[in-house]
Design a protein around this ligand. Sequence first.
Ligand SMILES: [Zn+2]
Length: 366
Amino acid sequence: MLTLDTIRQAPKALLHDHLDGGLRPATVVDLAREFGYRGLPTTDVDDLATWFRRGADRKSLELYLETFAHTVGVLQDRDAIIRVAAECAEDLAADGVAYAEVRYAPELSTEKGMTLDEVVEANLEGFRIGSVKAAEAGHPIVMKVLVTAMRQAARSVEVAECAIRWRDAGVVGFDIAGPEAGYRPTRHLEAFDRIRHENFHITIHAGEGFGLPSIWEALQFCGAERLGHGVRIVDDIKVLDDGSVELGRLAAFVRDRRVPLEMCPTSNIHSGAATSVEEHPIDLLRRLRFRVTVNTDNRLMSNVSVSSEFKALDEAFGIGLGEMEWLTINAMKSAFAPFDERLRIINEVVKPGYAHLRQAAVTVRP
Ligand SMILES: [Zn+2]
């Protein structure tokens, strides 16, 4: 069994994490006071942390999303966004994450008049500040932004154009998020077309709260290169009594084309898409060698870190360092950063990091 300490030391990559789902509880309280947000259920930091976590564990994606009213409520000012983004970079780096793509929907921060571009600029500035501090603390991290549009809203074209404007400054792709049932990805086809015409990158939340049609549309109509969650792809896989497995056409396509699945086990349990880590489809999918990656989704609401997710997987399935390295390299191969940058992190950070930990494990063995 891997210790949490070993898992923390191992270099990790994160592709699916929401800026508004990862605030420190104390920061939420500070920002509410500083910027006059009065909607918090409590200003006691411990009670607030408990409230967020209890609020998230309600087995419904729609209810899960309700807790975001308060994190978004304190993200309406440039300085607040910068602080939250900087702390995000520092927290991930301290957890041993070497590369992260963190996403945010800028349209959520426009209540007091910020423009989409101002929100994205603040997000990038926070990542810049946080990365510098993290490197000074001995934990270098590469931070990238994914710009998200809300699927129930109607601003996706504007948001896509904003993402493209910032692509040379650290934005690496475009996503849609929010309630899945009733809001299929093809509603936002025009936005995806803009992105594709610019040879830019697309990941789509699909196959989390809703099933195969959503995954199919994301891949075959919208041009998704990765799937946010994608857990429901198991609905297209049959495990027969003798243990053999039959893949439907869509599942076969996803595996054959190495479509990355941004899996977030604990978050799926909270939103009701899976019952427990032990029962989570991530085990079947990794054994079938789908391009599986391990992610947090919302570190605050789900009370997780990248390390705690790996710890849960190791406890449930005994993945060990070898599988952890495979999952990490999967994520680096699937990242939207330029090829050179990804290769450098794989060769200079990930592989030596795991080799070092394996060596250390051999040395301490009696
Ligand atoms: Zn998500």
